[in-house]
Design a protein around this ligand. Structure first.
Ligand code: AMP
Ligand code: ZN
Length: 114
């Protein structure tokens, strides 16, 4: 997707430091962090939103979550706790229409979210 900001991050057109990468997934710090640790994990493949995933994407979605748990360990928020968030469409506030998983931690997070 030529006009997708996260596709541009994957391709390197927008220079971004990856805190994690493998053949299917990349992760980077959120540009507008909502917590001391706020990492965005995305598939390299352009999928618009979580509601668009198909059976064939099951492995890819698992890889996103596995990478998030690795990063939570690496960033020392596993014991204190963290939250994994996927916003889907307007009411959830999805702003970038390339599937992404937020990893948030390093502070007490309120529940329910706003
Ligand atoms: P969402 O509201 O779930 O669509 O979240 C999109 C997230 O992407 C927001 O938290 C933004 O701050 C973040 N974001 C947008 N552009 C960039 C960028 N160039 N680098 C890092 N994070 C970004
Ligand atoms: Zn994209």
């Amino acid at each position: 997707m030529s006009d997708c900001i996260f596709c541009k991050i994957v391709s390197g057109e927008i220079k971004t430091n990856f805190v994690y990468e493998d053949s299917d997934v990349v992760a980077f710090y959120d540009i507008k962090p909502e917590a001391p640790v706020h990492i965005v994990l995305i598939p390299r493949e352009h999928i618009e939103r979580i509601s668009n995933i198909k059976e064939k994407d099951a492995g890819l979605v698992s890889k996103l979550f596995l990478a998030a748990t690795k990063l939570a360990q690496e960033k020392h928020i596993e014991t204190s706790g963290y939250r994994l968030v996927i916003n889907c469409n307007k009411d959830a506030g999805q702003a970038v229409f390339h599937l992404h998983l937020h990893l948030l931690g390093g502070r007490k997070l309120t529940w329910p979210p706003g």
